[in-house]
Structure formats: structure tokens, C-alpha cells
Design a protein around this ligand. Structure first.
Ligand code: GP9
Ligand code: MN
Length: 679
């Protein structure tokens, strides 16, 4: 703390200011106020769903600053001042780094970002373009503090010169020094006790202010966020910036630090053995192996596009006329399952491109972007393909811009790369999105043929409300319901698919490109009555299970126009092994858990819940996870059969999920590769 002689002559403005600063309460409250102001400045620069911070958000902000700083109240005054100034410096830098990073990536800095070298590439030389003159508001307190420090310095200098010429100087030590240097032991003890109590009060208050509102958010509108953890911005809206970083550090520590879980040699060998057997089973050198070698690949993952609409009409109008006519000339998998979990779109993406099961909790994209995987883009890139991902939304959503780089895409075209000439729903309408994406992959100099392009549509996202001029169906009795809106949205996306196919034909891409089109997951509309009304029949548990878990998969093979309908169960994990097969790329060196859909073998498809389907049966697990409490159905009779009939499939599925979970947890592919390359 700054100390001044407190003689009568010096008890001026500066004396008042310094005594105010000396008061630990005022200094601390001042610090909290400044940090709150800075967090409000940060928030006002985000285009966050919550435009303004509400009162609870501000309580969380103050509370979390208190949690970071309560301990400074235990320090003597000089130490407290130094600690608060240091904390201010540190927090201001964190806030500013987040502001600049957010301007480019629409995301906050996380631990994996810090650890992934090259992550900031994209910022590169453009960092100066991201700075704004108004950023200076963040540093106003520093400027004032420096000015104040200089002022005090000058004042002291002046006062010393002045006092050396007066009788006051002969008094030697100031009153202040006199006070502080002659403490009685009891008053010193009192001060220590008082400081301790202050710190504890700040800690308790910090906990209440932070965790009270967070708890109320997490149990209402943000339910499931801490397990789902789908988007940094959603997390920020619940926890505030400091809470966001705290939780991010906690997650990282949980996954990476502490006693690292190690896979035993025995488990590693059995994992390796499983893959050896699986690859041997799936590799089939039949006629279709390599038949389309060198073709371009375009994969379209369509938002909430379910299978029950395929081939159906409403009021005499087909819901998906374009997909229906494509099915007449291409290969259609009529019992294709989505295998997603909490990671929704990102799970479908990973299952399809990485051929491993999603996590029970959270998204692989968010939790393990730094783990090693064998992915379709990376494999194709190693074979000379240009690999690009396209999705006209914020690049940070589902951590895509980090993950896409990690899994082998040359470039990710996100919202900022599109002209928003057809604003629709969250972003750009699918018609324009597909048109612009095709134009990019066909004409961009950086994209050489053959190419692999992965496109994720968005217009048919929940809650499915399209403007009137985009509604092409007469949904009759469903008009005004979410189900009716869903049919409209799917119909619109189907039109977009139709336009893309014509465009591909016109550009001469249809005959040298494999096109795969599939839905990512269900539409979250759970009411059985809608489906019964739409399909005109009553539905049992198995019917609803299939409706909610099946999405269409269409594969166009260049040069063929015969219709093949494959009704054997299949799933998203099967996409990568199947496309590799068509291109003549052996799956042997890779760790992919899906089936090769062109091997001609019978298949078993496992869902994340432990449900499975093979050619004859379908098993639906119970909530308690016990095998016996689940239900086994015969797919011929569609009636329940003795659960024992599903025991082998249950064990197979359990083993698959376990292996996939071990790969995630132990960074298993990296580990197996290391073993392979060991002498
Ligand atoms: C947004 C889109 C939607 O980028 O992928 O994700 P979802 O909410 O369906 O998981
Ligand atoms: Mn989705």
C-alpha cells in the first residue's frame, strides 16, 4: 500500500484517496465493479442469443470474480493491492483474448485450442484487422491507474522536497508508521481474524452468487447442457465467461490429467484381435470392390431427415418426390439406422465419417478433438483426394472448425464463406447452400478432382417453421402443428436435393461422382398419434422405435441406373467402410467398426443405447440396462419373443460399445498404432 505522512499539512485530497484505497472493502468492491464492467463489455460484443446480460447473469459474473479473488482478502493491504492488480491484468488479458478470438471464430478459447498448435493459423496476419479502437474501454482502468501512480509519485517527490524545508521533517516517522510499528499483539490478532473472516465471507458469497443462478438455469431451460455440452456459446450463456473457462479446465483435467487411465496389455490385445477379425470379415473382393475407384464423393447429411416420409404422400402430394425418384434409379437402404446420442448432428457426422460409436455423454467433436481417429476425409486425403466440409452455419458450432481440421479436411466452408442470398431459419436455405457448395467444389482452384465433399444441411431443423412462400405442401389436418411444419421442411430439403442432382448432371459431375444422402437423426417429435394419423395405422413400440431411429440412405453409383433396395439393417457407422470398398481402398490398416454394406454379408446394427437389429430380430433395452428387462422382437411377426433369442446380439453389441468407448477414453487408435510401429 502507498504510505504517506499523515500530518495535518498532508491530509488533503490525496490523503483521502489513499485512505479510501487502504480500506480493503472499498478496494475489493472497486475491483469487482471493474471486472463486472469488463465482462459486460465482452458480452455486448458477442452476438449471443441472450442479447443483454440479465440480473442473474450479472450475479454469476460478480460471484465468479469473487471465487477467483476471495483469497486476496486474507493478505495484508500491500499484498492485497498487488494481488488485485495482478488479477485485473490477468483477467483483462483473458477477456480481451476471448473477444478477439470470438470475432473470428465465434467461439471462446478452450484448453484444447491452446494445446493444438496451428489452431490460430486462420487468424494469422489478420489479427490487426480484428482489433477495434473501442477495445480501449477495456483498459481505461489501467490508464487511470498508471496516471494515478505517476501523480502520487510526483506528489511524494514534491512533498518530500517541501517537508525537508519545514519543521515537520524533524519528526521523522509519520504517524502512520508510528501506528503500524507499535501494534499490540492483540490488535494484530484481531486484524488477522478480521481478514480471514472477510475472505471466507467472500468465498461463501461467491459460491452462492455463482452456483445459485447456474443451478436454476441448468435445471430449467439449459437442462442437459453439462452432459450434452453442445456449444460453447450455450455454455457461456449459463456459466458466464469465468465459469465457462472453469468448466472447460475441469473437463480437460478430467479427460487428460490425474492418473491417466491405461488400457491393460490384455485389453489392448483383445481390441486388436477384434479389429483383425472384423476387417477380415468385412473385406470382400467381390465385383463392387474398387468398381468406382477414382470417383468423386459427395456425402450429404440432411438435418432431421427421417425414413418414414420416404415414398409417402399427403393429400395426393409426395412428401419427398425427388428422393423417391432417385430411389428408382439408385441404391436405397430401407432399414438404415442413425446411431446418434447426445452429440446429435455431430454424432451422425462422426459415426458416418469415423465409423465409431458416439459417447454416452457429450459429443466426440467437443470432448476428444485431439484424439487420433481413422476418418474418411483423412484416408481419402492420403489417397490424393481434395477433402472439404461444407455447412452454412457458425464454424464453432459443435466445435467443427477444430474437429474438421483434426480429422483431415483441407478446408471447412462455414457460414462466412456463403452469400446469404436465401436467408432461412438459422442461416442459409438448403437450396442456395447446396447450389453454392456445388459451385465451390466444381470451380475452386484449391479443389482438385477427385474430391471428397461432406455437406451438412440445416433448413429442416427443429422447430421446422418455414415462411409461407417456402411451404410447398398442403398438409391438411396437420396444418398449424409441428408435425405439419416438419413435413413442409423435409419437402423443402427434398426439393433442394432435386435441384442439386440436376445441377450435378448439368455440370457433368453425375457420372463420375458417388453421391450419398442420409438423415442425421430424428425430429424430436415424440407423439405417436401424429405418426399413426400420418401412416393411417396404429403403431406398437417396435414401430415407433424404428420410426424414430431410421433415416434414409441413398447411394448413387456412377454409370448405373438400376434400383436396388437393400432392406438388411444398416447404420451410419457403415458409411465409411462401404465407400472405401467402392473405391477399392482396403479397410485393413484402419480402425473402423462399421459394416461394409457391399460385402453381401448379413449385418447387425448396434445403437448407442444397446438396442440392436439384425435380419431377424430387434432388441429394445430397458431403462435399467439389464438384459432380461429388455424386449426382443421377431422382425417377421413383429411380435415379442423370448428375450433369450436376443442374447447373442446383446453380447455382440455390448462388446462393440465397450471397444469404441475404450478407444475414446484411452486414445486407443493412437495407442494401437504406437504398438504396431514398435520394433
Ligand atoms: C448446426 C446444426 C444443428 O450447425 O448442425 O445441430 P443439431 O442441433 O441438430 O445437433
Ligand atoms: Mn441435426
Amino acid at each position: 500500500m502507498l504510505r504517506f505522512p499523515t500530518t495535518r499539512s498532508s491530509s488533503s485530497v490525496a490523503g483521502t484517496i489513499t485512505s479510501v484505497i487502504r480500506s480493503c472493502y472499498i478496494g475489493y468492491i472497486f475491483f469487482l465493479g471493474i471486472m463486472l464492467a469488463k465482462l459486460i463489455i465482452l458480452h455486448s460484443g458477442l452476438h449471443a442469443p441472450n442479447i443483454d446480460m440479465n440480473r442473474q447473469d450479472k450475479l454469476i459474473a460478480v460471484g465468479s470474480v469473487m471465487l477467483l479473488s476471495f483469497w486476496t482478502l486474507w493478505l495484508p493491504r500491500r499484498g492485497q493491492t498487488i494481488a488485485l492488480i495482478s488479477l485485473n491484468l490477468l483477467l483483462t488479458l483473458v477477456i480481451y483474448a476471448d473477444i478477439v478470438y470470438y470475432r473470428y471464430f465465434q467461439d471462446f478459447i478452450t484448453v484444447p485450442v491452446l494445446f493444438q498448435a496451428g489452431q490460430m493459423d486462420a487468424l494469422g496476419g489478420s489479427i490487426f484487422a480484428l482489433l477495434r479502437p473501442t477495445d480501449l474501454y477495456l483498459f481505461v482502468d489501467w490508464i487511470l491507474l498508471i496516471a494515478f501512480g505517476i501523480g502520487i509519485g510526483l506528489y511524494r517527490r514534491y512533498f518530500r522536497t517541501y517537508s525537508s524545508n519545514t519543521t515537520f521533517s524533524t519528526h521523522g516517522q509519520s504517524h502512520y508508521y508510528a501506528r503500524t510499528s507499535h501494534f499490540r499483539p492483540s490488535s494484530r490478532l484481531m486484524r488477522v481474524l478480521k481478514r480471514s473472516a472477510n475472505g471466507v465471507v467472500a468465498l461463501v458469497l461467491g459460491c452462492i452468487l455463482t452456483f445459485g443462478p447456474i443451478h436454476s438455469y441448468a435445471t430449467t431451460w439449459a437442462k442437459g447442457l453439462f452432459t450434452g455440452n453442445w456449444w460453447s456459446l450455450a455454455m457461456y450463456n449459463v456459466t458466464g465467461l469465468i465459469g465457462f473457462h472453469g468448466y472447460d479446465i475441469y473437463l480437460y483435467a478430467k479427460d487428460h490429467l490425474g492418473p491417466q487411465p491405461e488400457l491393460s496389455q490384455k485389453e489392448a490385445s483383445s481390441m486388436k484381435l477384434w479389429f483383425n477379425e472384423h476387417n477380415a470379415e468385412q473385406s470382400t473382393l467381390n465385383d463392387s470392390f474398387g468398381k468406382y475407384s477414382g470417383s468423386n464423393i459427395v456425402v450429404i447429411q440432411a438435418e432431421a431427415f427421417m425414413n418414414f416420409v420416404v415414398g409417402r404422400s399427403i393429400n395426393g402430394q409426395e412428401v419427398t418426390p425427388n428422393l423417391n425418384s432417385l430411389i428408382k434409379e439408385n441404391t436405397y437402404f430401407s432399414n438404415y439406422y442413425h446411431q446418434t446420442s447426445q452429440g446429435r448432428t455431430s454424432d451422425a457426422d462422426f459415426a458416418s465419417n469415423g465409423s465409431l460409436y458416439p459417447l454416452v455423454s457429450g459429443s466426440i467433436f467437443v470432448r476428444y478433438p485431439d484424439h487420433q481417429f481413422d476418418t474418411l476425409p483423412a484416408i481419402l486425403k492420403s489417397k490424393g483426394y481434395s477433402t472439404n466440409a461444407f455447412h452454412a452455419y457458425e464454424g464453432s458450432f459443435w466445435n467443427r472448425q477444430i474437429m474438421y481440421k483434426a480429422i483431415g479436411y483441407d478446408r471447412f466452408y462455414s457460414k462466412k464463406d456463403y452469400k446469404i442470398d436465401e436467408p432461412l431459419g438459422w442461416s442459409l436455405g438448403d437450396k442456395s447452400f447446396l447450389r453454392q457448395s456445388l459451385n465451390i467444389m466444381d470451380t475452386a482452384e484449391s479443389i482438385q478432382k477427385p474430391f471428397y465433399s461432406f455437406l451438412t444441411t440445416l433448413s429442416s431443423h427443429h422447430p421446422y417453421s418455414l415462411p409461407a412462400d417456402k411451404q410447398g405442401l398442403d398438409t391438411g389436418e396437420f396444418k398449424g402443428t409441428i408435425f405439419g411444419d416438419y413435413l413442409q421442411a423435409v419437402h423443402y430439403t427434398d426439393e433442394a436435393l432435386g435441384e442439386l442432382v440436376s445441377d450435378m448432371k448439368q455440370r457433368g459431375l453425375w457420372d463420375n461422382t458417388i453421391l450419398a444422402f442420409y438423415g442425421d437423426h430424428d425430429n424430436s417429435i415424440q407423439e405417436t398419434s401424429y405418426y399413426e394419423q400420418f401412416l393411417g395405422k396404429s403403431l406398437n413400440k417396435l414401430d415407433m422405435h424404428q420410426i424414430m431411429h431410421q433415416v434414409p440412405l441413398l447411394i448413387h453409383l456412377p454409370g448405373t441406373n438400376s434400383s436396388v433396395v437393400d432392406s438388411n439393417p444398416a447404420g451410419q457407422l457403415d458409411l465409411t467402410p462401404s465407400l472405401l470398398h467402392l473405391l477399392g481402398i482396403s479397410q485393413d490398416p484402419y480402425y473402423l467398426m462399421g459394416n461394409n454394406l457391399f460385402s453381401g454379408r448379413e449385418r447387425l446394427v448396434t445403437l448407442r443405447t444397446g438396442a440392436f437389429a439384425d435380419a431377424k430380430r430387434s432388441y429394445l433395452p430397458s431403462e435399467n440396462g439389464q438384459f432380461d428387462s429388455g424386449t426382443c422382437y421377431s422382425l417377421d411377426s413383429r411380435e415379442t419373443i423370448d428375450v433369450a433369442g436376443c442374447s447373442t446380439g446383446f453380447e455382440t453389441s455390448k462388446q462393440r460399445l465397450q471397444i469404441s468407448d475404450d478407444i475414446m477414453k484411452y486414445d486407443g487408435i493412437k495407442m494401437l498404432r504406437k504398438e504396431e510401429s514398435a520394433p
